[in-house]
Design a protein around this ligand. Structure first.
Ligand SMILES: [Zn+2]
Ligand SMILES: [Zn+2]
Length: 280
């Protein structure tokens, strides 16, 4: 099945929308870059071949979450942030979380074992024969007259990376910082540390002249000032500010969702665990 909605994001950047997530196809003079491989509900390889027949393809994962990496096994080689380099064991932060929660869930509610095949298909990225190559902060990816600089933005996952296009002043943000950042998927990350990371990141990209950023679950492009404003909001989050709280089996503390409208940026949302708000 391949019924992607294709959307022009920036010059030579097209979004491939698959349900709730967007992968991106970015065209340079010599090469084409695919940022993320989606959920594998649609066939991303088929779609990419339809859109690019001639140029060499470089495939990058913004981070190792299944909605960005389930199509990886269709490609020979994937570049990924070094701290998200998968081991396909519970040493991977996300796999550990899925394992902790699903095991606790099956124990508490045995009937949920029926969900196992769905969890395996949607939440566990298949290993396949794909080669994984680590990207380091500052690495460059040259597509021919279009170059991206890799910049780490940890928090959402330990190895989340962003791709910076210096010439056209835009940032491909992945899930690192957006209107609804999932922090609960990296339970050891403290929200204040994340806010510090975001402020340092903002300082760098502002100094270097970047203007716009686009995330993987966003309906529109943000100005980079979103990063500092979101960091300030995150810094004030407490479990009490959540509009929704629930006990999650296998989790260290309560799962929380906080939402605040923002005149400047639309809305701020965060999905987090109560313990991630602790001041140190
Ligand atoms: Zn993610
Ligand atoms: Zn995502």
């Amino acid at each position: 099945m391949s019924i992607y909605q294709i959307q022009k994001i920036f010059d030579d950047v097209r979004g491939l929308n698959e349900m709730m997530v967007t992968s991106f196809l970015i065209e340079g003079k010599d090469k084409v870059l695919l940022l993320d491989t989606g959920m594998d509900i649609f066939n991303i390889k088929k779609q990419v071949l339809k859109m690019n027949k001639k140029k060499d393809l470089v495939v990058v994962n913004s981070h190792f979450h299944p909605d960005h990496s389930n199509g990886n096994n269709k490609f020979d080689k994937i570049l990924i942030g070094e701290k998200d380099l998968p081991t396909f064991t519970t040493n991977d932060v996300y796999f550990k979380l899925v394992d902790d929660i699903s095991s606790a869930l099956y124990k508490q509610y045995p009937k949920t074992k029926l969900l196992k095949p769905v969890i395996k298909k949607l939440l566990i990225t298949k290993e396949g024969k794909t080669e994984y190559v680590p990207l380091k902060d500052g690495d460059k990816i040259d597509l021919g007259k279009k170059e991206f600089i890799v910049k780490d933005f940890p928090g959402h996952t330990p190895g989340s990376i962003t791709l910076l296009n210096k010439k056209e002043h835009y940032i491909m943000m992945g899930d690192a910082c957006n209107m609804g950042t999932w922090m609960w998927t990296n339970p050891d990350c403290n929200l204040h540390d994340y806010a510090d990371t975001a402020r340092a990141y903002y300082k760098d990209v502002k100094r270097d002249g970047y203007k716009k950023m686009r995330g993987s679950h966003e309906p529109f492009t943000h100005k980079i000032s979103f990063i500092k404003d979101y960091a300030a909001w995150i810094d004030k989050l407490t479990p009490e500010k959540a509009i929704f709280k629930a006990n999650m089996p296998g989790a260290k503390s309560q799962f929380c969702i906080a939402v605040s409208p923002s005149i400047k940026h639309g809305v701020y949302t965060c999905f987090y665990f109560a313990h991630q708000c602790e001041k140190k």
